[in-house]
Design a protein around this ligand. Structure first.
Ligand code: FDA
Length: 399
């Protein structure tokens, strides 16, 4: 294949790569997408339990983690959740809001991949699967890539190869290698939106595997009110996945098991029903197995007797305070193998927030999860993929 055929090479046919290719193609650029896997959009297909949580109505820059919290603002403002929703609706894809502004397909995530491929076709962008890229050369203002079908060259290269979460799906840190090759820095990547593991004394909670309850989980200043789930390895569920992105090894994760009650809650129960036990009081708001377990632990440490009438108010208040702020010390996370996304990545310091272009390497762009911008759980990561892709495509079209 003659390399002069393309204006833009896009690496990765995931959410960001397909969106960028479609937009750049529709604005007159000749685009080739090189995808290592045998088919495009694999992560989209498994996302949202197969229904793709494709965006969130509450997208705002403060719902993203990055070494530079301002970086995502420009792209997110120029391509919003409503813009993506308009595209979904233009394709007649039925959708619904599940909770907390999270928008899902009524049917299958496949519809989103098909829509993106149709958009690529509309722009004449060529998507070539089974073309893993392992090396990129750069000479005379052109990026050069050897592919199974021959060498390709173009003056612009868009790196949309994602992050290393879920390596068994072929995810790698290839974008980071490329960034370093071209002199860009990489913010230390770590697994995010990932279950936490429990060891030591906390390991006993693993007996509660399968029990879920609504909590407020916090790590540092981050707080999330959603469900937490005990697993055979530790803690999961949306509240835990959210705080995992903020959690640093060695820190505690605090859980408020009674988000709607205050610390004096048990005194009120004692006054209203002196014969109540701690277990029965907790079971009014928590799953039975969890109420039993927490009551046993509190009884052992805080000298709480049954019935509550025989327990001093001070002990009940102390128990209430502990239930409002139960400190876990996670031994770690379940790692990239189970992480939905990666925190960290190609440093935004070397990129333009308007175009996603490397400041020191004209024609080189990084978009999507490869970049050090990571969203909350709930459609925020796809919205970053769409928005960064559109910003990049627009810049490429305007040149
Ligand atoms: P993405 O990973 O999608 O695409 C990168 C592409 O590059 C892949 O197709 C890969 O094969 C290819 N590639 C990698 N290296 C290559 C190489 N060397 N050469 C050629 N090609 C290469 N987010 C959200 O907002 N809502 C949700 O519902 C979910 N659900 C969800 C579930 C699960 C299980 C996971 C693991 C993740 C999610 N996410 C999510 C996160 C979301 O999937 C993620 O943020 C986006 O897919 C990122 O899009 P990108 O295009 O940047 O990377």
């Amino acid at each position: 294949m003659n390399g002069t055929q393309f204006d833009v090479l896009v690496l990765g046919a995931g959410a960001a790569g397909l969106m960028c290719a479609a937009r750049a193609g529709q604005q007159g650029r000749r685009v080739l997408v090189l995808e290592g896997a045998d088919r495009p959009g694999k992560k989209i297909l498994i996302s949202g339990g197969g229904r793709c949580n494709f965006t969130n109505l509450h997208v705002a820059p403060d719902r993203y983690l990055s070494a530079n919290p301002h970086f995502a603002k420009s792209a997110l403002a120029r391509y919003t959740a409503r813009d993506f929703l308009a595209l979904i609706e233009a394709y007649g894809i039925a959708w619904h809001e599940k909770t907390l502004g999270q928008l899902f397909c009524d049917g299958s995530a496949r519809q989103v991949v098909d829509m993106l491929l149709a958009e690529c076709a509309k722009g004449g962008a060529v998507v070539r699967c089974g073309s893993p890229v392992s090396q990129v050369g750069h000479a005379e203002g052109r990026f050069v890539i050897a592919t199974p079908a021959g060498e390709v060259r173009a003056p612009r290269l868009v790196v949309a190869t994602g992050g290393p979460s879920i390596p068994k799906m072929g995810a790698t840190g290839f974008a980071y290698d490329l960034a370093r090759q071209f002199g860009l820095k990489v913010v230390q990547p770590r697994p995010a939106l990932v279950p936490l593991t429990l060891g030591g004394e906390d390991a006993l909670f693993r007996e509660l595997s399968g029990v879920a309850t609504e909590v407020v989980a916090s790590a540092g200043k981050a707080r999330f009110r959603e469900a937490a789930l005990f697993t055979h390895r530790g803690l999961s569920g949306p509240a835990i996945l959210q705080v995992s992105s903020y959690w640093q090894p060695g820190e505690e994760v605090a859980i408020d098991f009674l988000p709607d009650a205050d610390a004096d809650h048990l005194l009120a129960v004692k006054a209203a029903n002196p014969r109540a036990t701690l277990r029965s009081a907790l079971a009014a708001n928590l799953p039975e197995r969890l109420a039993h377990d927490l009551a046993e632990r509190l009884a052992a440490h805080a000298g709480i007797a049954a019935p509550l009438a025989d327990t001093r108010d001070k002990a009940l208040r102390a128990a209430g305070e502990r239930l409002k702020r139960w400190a876990f010390h996670p031994s770690g996370t379940e790692g990239f193998a189970k992480a939905e996304v990666t925190v960290g990545g190609v440093s935004t310091a070397g990129l333009s927030s308007r175009t996603m272009e490397a400041k020191a390497v004209p024609g080189l762009y990084f978009i999507g999860e490869a970049v050090d911008v990571t969203g909350w759980l709930g459609g925020y990561n796809f919205q970053w993929a769409w928005a960064s892709a559109v910003a990049c495509a627009q810049a490429i079209a305007e040149e």
